[in-house]
Every structure is written in structure tokens, then in C-alpha cells.
Design a protein around this ligand. Structure first.
Ligand code: AMP
Length: 394
């Protein structure tokens, strides 16, 4: 039976999910962590709750993928490698070139490499994994699914920064956004759940995980999103600051005696957000379980920034039909969803406390009378990737 594997490769990890297509049945999934470090962890989940796990040094992605393919046959999940007819690879930066998911031939792969300038930690690892697939599975169709593609429909008014235009023209300095596959998936699901054509809807999708972004989806197209040139911009995140006055960087670099801007950006990416504010953790659950003033403020700031983006996108679209919550926090944090929506009652948003009392389940969580519908939609980027591969197989 024809199978498609959805791959999400990081610099030291490889997450994957194997589907029988077109049935969209997940036959196995797994993760390889700590690639290139000691005691890498290799896990496969399959069948009825079965699990295979081994801890050993896995030096690079090629060894990891070799191990994966071998185990898939050893565990009888596939009969032969030929069964895997498609591989969908999540790629962080697609720039202006990749407006949709694309078959990755040598020319496209060279472009993925070129775009590493926009995602230095991600694109090179992803390109490396595609090369390994080309080598080990020469008959498998490789498809790139880009985090940025969904946002390539943004109009200039929303993607240009107010800096000299030539920086955009010469260097591509603009907003690209991220999490596009997730925003696309949940917006489409929301339209289905509301029983309306997506072309007629104004939807605000809130992907609230460790990374978080808000998108304005009008007529099925992303017209604005909170992440920017990189995923550092937008709302407060687990360890990322979100929006900040650029002048503060110069001031803080002086105070902290930093001479390399990379160190400052590192602080904004890795030591800020919920972690920096609370001084406790980047994990929302830790903050909820803490009774310190700093954790409380961090939580309130998070809710405030999400609410502000929702408000601004209501203005951008001159209205909104539905607000969608997804990802770790969006799917599970009942109180945070409630607090965000309670502050938006002025434009006709009303949460139903009972319906909202749910985690990780597709559901409309606003009252029947609420003018603006609020929905919980668990994201499924892997399924979206597998679907895109399937569409390009034809
Ligand atoms: P993600 O990046 O989508 O995996 O989301 C991770 C974030 O979701 C972390 O901040 C978690 O603390 C948060 N999260 C997961 N489960 C819950 C929960 N039950 N309540 C609140 N936050 C949660």
C-alpha cells in the first residue's frame, strides 16, 4: 500500500509520521532526538499502543534515517522501502519563491540552500535530510512544505516594514511569517466546522505554542501575520520576546557590554518571553502552577499581546467571523482562552464556559448567540504535509 512520510527535521532532531494514503491513516510515528550528541533517543510508536525505543549515539541525520527505514521493515510496519512513495519535508524558509508546496528536484534544493540566509538553523538541516532521502529512497517523491508559503498572499501594505524600500528590493527585508501550515490547516477546518465556504469568511487563527503567532485569514488567504522577517516578532512566546523597540537593543548592548549583535538577538530568542519575564520557565504549565507575582504578570502579558493582535486584525479585515485557537497553549489552556476572549466582548465575542472546558478536541467554544464564533481546532501539520505530497503525486 502506498505510504507517505511527513518529516519535521531540526538541527538535532527528526520528527516523522507515516501515513497510508489516500486513506490518511497514521501507521507509525516517531522522533529521533539528540542527533549528533551522546545518548540520542530513537522512538517509534506503532500498532495498538506499541513502542520501540533505543538510546544510543546517532551521529548524524543520515544514520538516523537509515535506522528509521531499517526499523520500519524490522517491525513489519512496511514490507519494503518501495512502499514509501512520498516524503513531505517541513521547511522553515521558502522566501518569496515557494508560494506553495513544491516537488524538490535539484534546482529546488539549491533554492532551499540559498534561503538558509533567512533561517540559518533550519534550512540547512532540512536540505541535508532531503539529500539523504534522495540517496536512500531514489524512487520516492520529495516535496517541500514551507512554513512561509501560506503567508505569501499578504499584500505589500502588510509585509513591508517602514524602512527604505530599497532594503526590501535589494535584500528581501520584509515580513515572511511562519507556522503557515498550521494556520492554513486550522482555518480550513474552522470553515468546515462552521459549514461555510472559507472564501466568505474572515478568520483569526491563534497558534499558541512554545512559538506563537496570530494570522488574519480573509477569504482563505493569509493577509497578515504576527511573526516577521523571522519568528522572533509578534506576541510574547516561550523564550522569544515578540515585538520590541529596536532601539532598546543598542541601549541594552551598552549596559550588558555586548559587542556582537548576535548575542543580543540570542537573548531575545532564547532568554526572553515567558522565561525572561517569569524567571521560572518558558513552559506555560509551570507559570500556571506558580504563585509568584512575576509568573502572574508573564501570564497577563501573554494574554494581553494575543488579544492586542486579535484586535488589530479585526481592524485589518474590518470585521471577523471566527477566532480559532490551536497548538499546546491554545488547545489546552482553558483559562487563557477564556481570559483572552472575555476581553473582546465589545465586538460580540462570548465564550461558553462549559463548551470551553475541554482540551485538545475540535469544538465550537463560543455561545450559540456569539456574533463571532470561537473555535478550538487541534493543529495537524503532519497531515497537511502528507496531503500536499499526495496532491503532488498525481
Ligand atoms: P507546543 O509548542 O505547541 O507543543 O506547545 C507547548 C506549550 O503548550 C507549552 O508552553 C506548554 O506549557 C503548553 N501546554 C501544554 N499543555 C498545557 C496545558 N494543559 N495547560 C496549559 N498549557 C499547556
Amino acid at each position: 500500500m502506498s505510504k507517505t512520510i511527513a518529516i519535521n527535521a531540526g538541527s538535532s532532531s527528526l520528527k516523522w509520521q507515516l501515513y497510508t494514503m489516500p486513506e490518511e491513516t497514521v501507521v507509525a510515528k516517531g522522533i529521533v532526538e539528540r542527533i549528533g550528541l551522546n545518548d540520542s533517543i530513537f522512538t517509534i510508536k506503532y500498532g495498538e499502543d506499541e513502542k520501540y525505543e533505543v538510546i544510543k549515539d546517532i551521529e548524524d541525520h543520515e544514520i538516523a534515517i537509515n535506522m528509521l527505514l531499517e526499523q520500519l521493515t524490522t517491525l513489519n510496519i512496511i514490507d519494503s522501502f518501495d512502499e514509501i512513495t512520498g516524503a513531505g519535508h517541513r521547511i522553515v524558509a521558502g522566501g518569496e519563491h515557494f508560494k506553495e508546496s513544491a516537488i524538490i528536484d535539484d534546482k529546488a534544493l539549491a533554492l532551499v540552500d540559498e534561503l538558509a540566509e533567512f533561517a540559518p538553523l533550519h534550512n540547512p538541516a532540512e536540505a541535508k535530510v532531503i539529500r539523504v532521502f534522495q540517496k536512500l529512497l531514489p524512487n520516492t517523491l520529495n516535496v517541500g512544505v514551507f512554513d512561509t508559503s501560506f503567508h505569501t498572499t499578504m499584500p505589500k501594505v502588510n509585509y513591508l516594514y517602514s524602512i527604505p524600500t530599497e532594503y526590501y528590493e535589494k535584500y528581501g527585508a520584509r515580513k515572511y511569517g511562519a507556522h503557515g501550515t498550521s494556520h492554513r490547516y486550522v482555518a480550513e477546518r474552522a470553515a468546515d466546522m462552521l459549514g461555510k465556504p472559507i472564501e466568505e469568511l474572515k478568520i483569526i487563527t491563534c497558534h499558541l505554542g512554545n512559538g506563537a503567532s496570530i494570522t488574519a485569514v480573509e477569504g482563505g488567504k493569509s493577509i497578515d501575520t504576527s511573526m516577521g522577517f523571522t519568528p522572533l516578532a509578534g506576541v510574547t512566546m516561550g523564550t522569544r520576546s515578540g515585538d520590541i523597540d529596536a532601539s532598546l537593543l543598542q541601549y541594552l548592548m551598552g549596559k550588558l557590554e555586548l559587542t556582537n549583535i548576535k548575542d543580543m538577538i540570542d537573548i531575545l530568542n532564547k532568554k526572553s518571553g515567558l522565561l525572561g519575564l517569569s524567571g521560572i520557565s518558558s513552559d506555560m504549565r509551570d507559570l500556571q502552577n506558580s504563585d509568584t507575582e512575576a509568573a502572574k504578570i508573564a501570564l497577563e502579558i501573554f494574554e494581553d499581546r494575543v488579544r492586542k493582535y486579535i484586535g488589530s486584525y479585526v481592524a485589518t479585515m474590518n470585521g471577523v467571523d471566527a477566532i480559532v485557537f490551536t497548538a499546546g497553549i491554545g488547545e489546552n489552556a482553558v483559562d487563557i482562552r477564556k481570559n483572552i476572549i472575555d476581553g473582546l466582548s465589545f465586538f460580540g465575542c462570548e465564550m461558553d464556559a462549559d463548551k470551553n472546558n475541554v482540551r485538545g478536541e475540535e469544538r465550537i467554544i463560543s455561545t450559540d448567540d456569539s456574533k463571532v464564533k470561537v473555535l478550538l481546532v487541534p493543529t495537524d501539520e503532519e497531515l497537511m504535509i502528507a496531503r500536499d505530497v499526495e496532491a503532488l503525486k498525481k
